[in-house]
Design a protein around this ligand. Structure first.
Ligand SMILES: Cc1cc2nc3c(=O)[nH]c(=O)nc-3n(C[C@H](O)[C@H](O)[C@H](O)COP(=O)(O)OP(=O)(O)OC[C@H]3O[C@@H](n4cnc5c(N)ncnc54)[C@H](O)[C@@H]3O)c2cc1C
Length: 323
């Protein structure tokens, strides 16, 4: 009862006389929280709704983030939430499945009811769809990883396995050669590398293992080898290329346009983060597959500035109209 009264009081503080909040942010990862911090400091009424499954949640440490190298990604988010809350940002836990644009107002359905907002910022990230190989899901973020800049240094000079998932995996193997001269390229179901690809792999001393990868060797908690054709090849880590699936159902349900390229089908945003749907913005991995933590933080801040300027323009227009 007390809790509900508190929720109603919080909601009231986050709405203007018309019952409108300024910005609802769906997704509280680095991109959404960075935007929330800037918008809170800009004295905007902001509600963040988050389902609590950031992409890098299985990794114990985060790397390459200036000032936070080696920090737990979950601790970064905890600090971010506390900082944003200090400027009045409200947080709700839950999954947003539906929203509607009604003229200049956007209605966002939450477990606690519908929030009416002037702008919606979607920062829902992406899902890594892993190859269906036993052990990969369990080891994700530890023995099986994706990003050389995040985990390459920790495995410098180690035996690095690259389990191919597409012809682009050849590039991943070449990149990893920068961190170790003991790289093993597992052709897996992609099949034999040939022509220029083969020549380039061989030229850099990358060992090639043919055959389908059927599992991993785990000792204790640690991944120590890759099973292929009934043999186990010793490796210290596996890099692989998951299919990147943006969590963009909300944006698509609102009719946001998208563009298909050889990297997939991604919702369109302009340089400021505007989608094709008026009032609906997006930032981070949901619209940008290259947004690591630093880029997501930076873009969150950039988009928040543009979004606030957009609201200021509306405020000026409304004041002129009323004069
Ligand atoms: C294993 C692994 C390790 C990584 N290590 C590093 C590293 O060391 N350094 C680095 O820079 N990058 C690293 N990354 C990349 C990093 O995870 C991403 O760059 C970053 O998470 C992108 O931030 P984001 O805010 O766009 O999305 P996310 O962090 O994924 O946050 C999105 C949030 O939105 C929520 N959400 C989704 N849908 C909904 C919905 N409908 N309603 C409500 N909430 C929703 C999710 O629960 C999540 O909390 C790693 C990635 C992986 C997979």
């Amino acid at each position: 009862m007390v809790e509900h009264a508190q929720e109603r009081a919080d909601a009231a503080a986050h709405a203007d006389a018309d019952g409108l909040t300024d910005v609802v942010i769906v997704g509280g990862g680095p991109a959404g929280l960075s935007a929330a911090l800037s918008l809170g400091r800009a004295r905007r009424r902001v509600t963040v709704i988050d389902s609590g499954e950031p992409r890098n949640r299985t990794a114990a440490h985060m790397h390459g983030v200036l000032g936070h190298d080696g920090l737990s990604p979950l601790v970064l988010l905890e600090r971010g939430r506390a900082e944003a809350a200090g400027y009045g940002v409200r947080f709700l836990h839950g999954e947003v499945e539906a929203a509607r644009v009604d003229g200049e107002v956007i209605e966002v359905d939450t477990a606690n009811g519908t929030i009416r907002t002037r702008r919606l910022l979607v920062a829902t990230g992406l899902e890594d769809v892993l190859p269906d190989i036993p052990g990969f899901r369990d080891q994700w973020g530890r023995g099986v990883v994706v990003c050389p800049y995040c985990d390459g240094w920790e495995h410098r000079n180690d035996v690095i396995g690259v389990v191919a998932t597409s012809p682009r995996s050849v590039e991943q193997a070449q990149l990893l050669r920068q961190w170790s001269d003991r790289v093993v390229y597992f052709e897996n179901v992609v099949g034999a590398a040939s022509g220029a690809d083969l020549e380039r792999l061989v030229s850099r001393g990358i060992r090639i293992e043919s055959g389908e990868v059927t599992g991993l060797r785990i000792e204790g908690e640690r991944m120590t080898g890759v099973e292929v054709d009934g043999r186990v090849i010793d490796v210290g880590v596996v890099f692989t290329g998951p299919t990147l699936r943006p969590r963009d159902a909300l944006l698509r349900s609102l009719g946001a346009s998208s563009t298909v390229s050889d990297l997939g089908d991604w919702v369109d945003v302009d340089a400021d983060g505007r989608t094709s749907v008026p009032g609906v913005w997006a930032v981070g991995n949901v619209v940008n597959l290259r947004a690591n933590v630093s880029v997501s933080l930076g873009l969150g801040s950039l988009v928040a500035g543009a979004l606030n300027a957009d609201l200021v323009a509306d405020d000026v227009a409304a004041t002129l109209l009323a004069a």
